[in-house]
Design a protein around this ligand. Structure first.
Ligand code: KG4
Ligand code: ZN
Length: 350
């Protein structure tokens, strides 16, 4: 008798240690630990500290996920793990944990592309993706507009990517500049909530006719904020942190939403999906909802807790792979820290 598939997902590409359990597209439970506070003094993630924290958190966090789902370790039928992209030392720890579980239970192991996990997270909340959609991925390391069909069967097409900083990276850098700490996204968002988004006219890069329609650039915006702060400090004035945070946030959100809507319209599609850590941003969610409604576009954004890194999103990809009959990746898979997103499984099936 074949058992109903129960997929364990393992995520460790950055500073979150995540385990999730998914069966038939349904999230049964998860465990999540974060080493973010240990990196705060450094203004960004220190790979060695992250790897050590993953090692310490792995077993307790897996136990939390099992208890949350109300299942036993032996109930797991398949394991999926982020094998890239991410910090090499960090990816290795989760991948080794996943291999250990798969080997000890004698169940198949699937390597998963972390960014496909972000896209799959939305299916846990809103059900299967439509046949075709535009996915805007905005994370700490990546910013891309993708044309996505069947997430685990079809190649993923990049319409445009960032040419320099990722959106989340821009949030983190500007937060550091304003003395708001790490991680910068939530800190900027908090500060921005009492600020005036029109106080400073920061640049909206690459929106002119002739610019690559779906590419992004955020380093100029970061420099503009830095120059503004410097000028104010040099004049001996107090830096209006809330107004700068709100104006910066609005500039990022404007560009992201404008380009993603353009992609949906150019491809004549009906759905936009926004995923990744920055999709947790309240202003982005609000502006995207307004502009999508005005343009007659269905907007899908996972709840904030599924936007930032977690194990459930990796289990979601594993579950889709299992149900599509994909061949397992095998225990021999290696971490691929700089894997480009072409497909959900790593390594890509030949
Ligand atoms: O997807 P994620 O958890 O990790 C990566 O795959 O990179 O994204 C982390 C990024 C960080 O840059 C963080 O500052 C940003 O997402 N972020 C936010 C918010 N929450 C997290 N950015 C803006 N607003 C937020 N509320
Ligand atoms: Zn991520």
């Amino acid at each position: 008798m074949t058992r109903t598939p129960l997929v364990l997902g393992v995520e460790s590409s950055c500073d979150e240690t995540g385990f999730g359990l998914v069966s038939g597209g349904v999230l049964l439970g998860q465990g999540l630990a974060s080493s973010a506070s240990q990196h705060a003094d450094f203004g960004g993630v220190v790979p060695e500290i992250a790897a050590r924290a993953h090692l310490e958190a792995a077993v307790p966090t897996l136990r939390i996920a099992l208890a949350d789902a109300g299942v036993e370790l032996g109930d797991i039928t398949h394991v999926a793990a982020t094998s890239g992209p991410g910090l090499a030392t960090a990816v290795h720890v989760g991948l080794a944990a996943a291999k250990s579980v798969a080997w000890s239970l004698d169940v198949p192991l699937y390597g998963v592309h972390h960014l496909a996990g972000h896209a799959a997270a939305d299916t846990l909340e809103h059900g299967p993706l439509p046949a075709q959609s535009i996915v805007l991925i905005v994370s700490g390391g990546h910013t891309s507009i993708l044309a996505v069909g069947d997430l685990v069967r079809d190649p993923i097409e990049h319409l445009g990517d960032t040419l320099d900083d990722a959106a989340g990276e821009a949030f983190d850098k500007v937060a550091r500049l304003l003395g708001l700490g790490y991680p910068g996204g939530p800190a900027i968002s908090r500060a921005a909530s009492t600020g005036d988004p029109t106080a400073f006219a920061f640049p909206r890069a690459m929106l002119r006719p002739g610019d690559a329609p779906f590419s992004f650039s955020f380093s100029g915006l970061k420099t503009a904020v830095a120059r503004t702060v410097e000028t104010i400090r040099r004049a001996g004035d107090e830096v209006p942190v809330a107004d700068i945070a709100a104006s910066f946030e609005q500039a990022v959100v404007d560009v992201l939403v404008t380009k993603a809507i353009r992609a949906v319209q150019e491809r004549d599609l009906g759905t936009m999906v926004i995923v990744g850590g920055v999709a947790a941003n309240a202003r982005l969610r609000e502006v995207a909802a307004e502009r999508c409604a005005a343009a007659g576009i269905e907007l899908r954004v996972p709840p904030p807790r599924l936007c930032t890194d977690n194990g459930a999103m990796i289990a979601a990809v594993g579950d889709l792979l299992v149900r599509s009959g994909a061949e397992a990746s095998g225990l021999g898979i290696a971490a691929d820290p700089s894997a480009v997103l072409h497909g959900a499984q790593l390594p890509l099936p030949r």
